[in-house]
Design a binder for this molecule. Structure first.
Ligand SMILES: NC(=O)c1ccc[n+]([C@@H]2O[C@H](COP(=O)([O-])OP(=O)(O)OC[C@H]3O[C@@H](n4cnc5c(N)ncnc54)[C@H](O)[C@@H]3O)[C@@H](O)[C@H]2O)c1
Length: 348
């Protein structure tokens, strides 16, 4: 980083979400997107057209070795995260990785331990922790406004049209519910002891179209998680980026002895109607206005860059919770496959 505050960043994975991170990184003060990487040469060429100062790479390791990076963003497909994070940490490079941190609990623990050993910031892309509404609910809970937490109910159903892209790539618990598992850990402030889940296969793809789970926290709180890829194409679109359109029908409700908090993603006050298209754009997560991406995604990336500048180990998005979340995700998948409850030993 030298004497200036300038942070040289590399970005791996230039798909739907990598393009959003690139747009944010291109606008953050004193951040220079110096390298981008994707095995698809067309994606690299398109990105270099927008970020002329950057170098393009097909190989992640080559980018790490040749681009003199202060930080790297990993926005590649889920099964690649563990190896890519370990490769970056082994070189002492502060690392942001999109969710999930890994695809197994063991790999999650390995990566979390590697970050501690490397002594550089690691952050997992739990963007909802940076969303104003979700953060406000957290501060109400932390102030005791809801009293002792009794139940937490979360739903994250996504467009059926997206399922072919994900149905052979990652179980929905790792893809969508992982956000809610992280929120439940954040809000409940307690480890999970027991999980019972069911899933349903309707489309014939490798992973189920939907999965439902009951999770019991050590505190006594009860969590209910629902996720499916069954939102019909006619639903109002709330994701309307230039490269990505569809619906995330998500809700979370936290009930305590003294109060209730609830967030509904589809309750946005803005509606856009045109012939054949109805949208209710979500404006908190990654709104695009005049070519700039704002909202929680920008806050999340800025938080990570700030940690890189300060070498700060602590983060709003806890790596320990991300690793614990993977243990819960794994238990949900095991329970759905076996039809029996799965116990989790938080000390193990
Ligand atoms: N936080 C959120 O709300 C959110 C939302 C969407 C996606 N995501 C996450 O972002 C990540 C990417 O998802 P996406 O929807 O952009 O996927 P995508 O399929 O649109 O893009 C993935 C890109 O990675 C590239 N890639 C493949 N192998 C690579 C490698 N070895 N090195 C570098 N790049 C490689 C692919 O060619 C592709 O361009 C996933 O982890 C996903 O879960 C997070």
């Amino acid at each position: 980083m030298g004497t200036s505050d300038r942070v040289r960043v590399g970005l791996a994975g230039l798909g739907r979400f990598g393009k959003l991170h690139a747009a944010v990184l291109g606008e953050l003060a004193n951040v220079e997107l110096v390298a981008v990487c994707d095995p698809q040469a067309t994606e690299v060429a398109a990105m270099l057209g927008r970020h002329e100062q950057a170098r393009g790479f097909a190989s992640f390791e080559t980018m790490l070795d040749e681009a003199d990076l202060d930080a790297v963003f990993i926005v590649s497909p889920e099964p690649l995260h563990t190896d890519q994070v370990l490769a970056a940490l082994a070189r002492g490079i502060p690392t942001f990785v999109e969710k999930p941190l890994a695809m197994t609990a063991v790999d999650g623990e390995r990566v979390a331990a590697a970050a501690v050993e490397a002594g550089v910031p690691l952050q997992v892309g739990f963007v909802l922790r940076f969303d104003t509404q979700h953060a406000l609910l957290k501060s109400q809970i932390a102030r005791g406004e809801l009293g002792q937490i009794v139940s937490l109910r979360a739903k994250r159903n996504a467009s059926k049209a997206w399922f072919p892209d994900y149905g052979d790539r990652a179980h929905s618990v790792y893809e969508t519910s992982i956000h809610d598992i992280d929120l439940l850990l954040w809000y409940a402030g307690s480890p999970v002891m027991r999980v019972q889940a069911v899933e349903r296969h309707l489309s014939g793809l490798r992973y189920p179209d939907g999965c439902w789970a009951l999770v019991e926290f050590a505190s006594g709180a009860v969590g209910i998680l629902e996720t499916s890829w069954l939102v019909p194409d006619g639903a109002p679109a709330n994701v309307i980026t230039p490269t990505w359109r569809g619906t995330i029908d998500a809700e979370i409700e936290v009930v305590g002895v003294a109060g209730t908090g609830r967030i509904r993603l589809l309750d946005a006050p803005l509606s856009l109607w045109s012939a054949g298209f109805t949208a209710a754009p979500e404006t908190g997560l990654w709104p695009e206005v005049g070519g700039s991406i704002g909202g929680a995604l920008r806050e999340e990336d800025a938080h990570f860059i700030d940690r890189v500048r300060r070498g700060a180990p602590e983060s709003i998005a806890s790596v320990a919770d991300a690793a614990m979340g993977l243990r819960i995700a794994e238990a949900i998948v095991q329970s759905a496959a076996s039809g029996t409850a799965v116990e989790i030993d938080p000390q193990a």
